[in-house]
Design a protein around this ligand. Sequence first.
Ligand SMILES: *Cc1c(COP(=O)(O)O)cnc(C)c1O
Length: 425
Amino acid sequence: MSQQKIGTRCVQAGYTPKNGEPRQIPIIQSTTFKYDTSEDMGKLFDLEASGYFYTRLQNPTNDHVAAKIAALEGGTAGMLTSSGQAANFFALFNICECGSHIVASSSIYGGTFNLIAVTMAKMGIEVTFVSPTATDEELDAAFRDNTRAVFGETIANPALTVLDIEKFANAAHRHGVPLIVDNTFPTPVNCRPIEWGADIVTHSTTKYMDGHGAGVGGAIVDSGKFDWMAHADKFPGLTQPDESYHGITYAEKFGKEGAFITKATAQLMRDFGSIQSPQNAFILNLGLESLHVRMPRHVENGLAVAKFLEKHPKVVKVSYPGLESDPYYEIARKYMPNGGCGVVSFELEGGRSAAEAFMKKLRVAAIETHVADARTCCLNPATSTHRQMTDEQLLEAGIPAGLVRMSCGLEDKEDLIADLEQALS
Ligand SMILES: *Cc1c(COP(=O)(O)O)cnc(C)c1O
């Protein structure tokens, strides 16, 4: 199956109906599953047989969609979570515990930054943030004996920096730990981090994968490549018996290909229960069926808008890795030869008041905190999400008051540019 091209996988992977079965993935809207004998169900609880017993842990609809996302990323196993936040938390917490340490790129989504720097810190998990442009020496210096994972985003939201996946993967592997990459913005249509050495890939499926602003969700994919047993002392949760599952050792029983996702499902989903609803998984799959058709259009619109803004006298600066003037242009070309995404950020001359006036004039682009939707949307952090901060505080945080983040949708680029032109004038 993985021999098929990416578009065919978007449409067909994960679900093959048998004779007379529904063509579309059925929504199994059931909390529980019925068995003839207690022994039958007991085998499932002991992970001796595969099957379903309770939708807090697993549901067939979700598993079809997760299998599609795993096929898209070129991984061996996948799971859906209730949100992107849950996906990143599970991916990290599956191998970290109190006393562990994470090396993370400092250029990541604000929600993930909070999760790692504040909430996971309360669990006793420490972090060292490194620049996405860190050298090998700087990366090596960030590791400690208790480091258990490296984390970064392919294209960071909203900074639009690009991760040097190979460099970060090599550093992680030199220190015997996996690289986890949040691949939300490019999606596997434009970049497949596993092909560049990433071990675990995560997604906020809320963004381009759903693509229609319809359902919040997340996903985790395991490459099946990381050898937990070779670093057994670092990952006891995978390499030593789990007493809550009658002494199963995940890495032994499920191998490199299945251990990570089985443990995350059997332990973390069981205990935290952040599963995606089957209804949302169905909606997500509708988005996935056209992902390979939509992504090139998002890229086309993003690049056209970025080029227009770059030449405009009222625009101080444009960030878009597809622009030749962007510091991440070369590295973006290496990892994303067909382009990255449709999100562009730019700084208006005149700061907060100019941005406020500009936002009011937009007709096609809507004001939203969302990104990666079919409909174009814009956000000026200074007058919305970050309005409690002064201009000075905003500058310190790297978010100038005149900064606008624009997520280019699937409309005609001429209309997006005309909307910007009238709002700017
Ligand atoms: C939105 C986003 C998240 C969080 O996802 P939710 O689905 O909103 O929980 C994580 N990472 C990136 C890169 C995002 O853009």
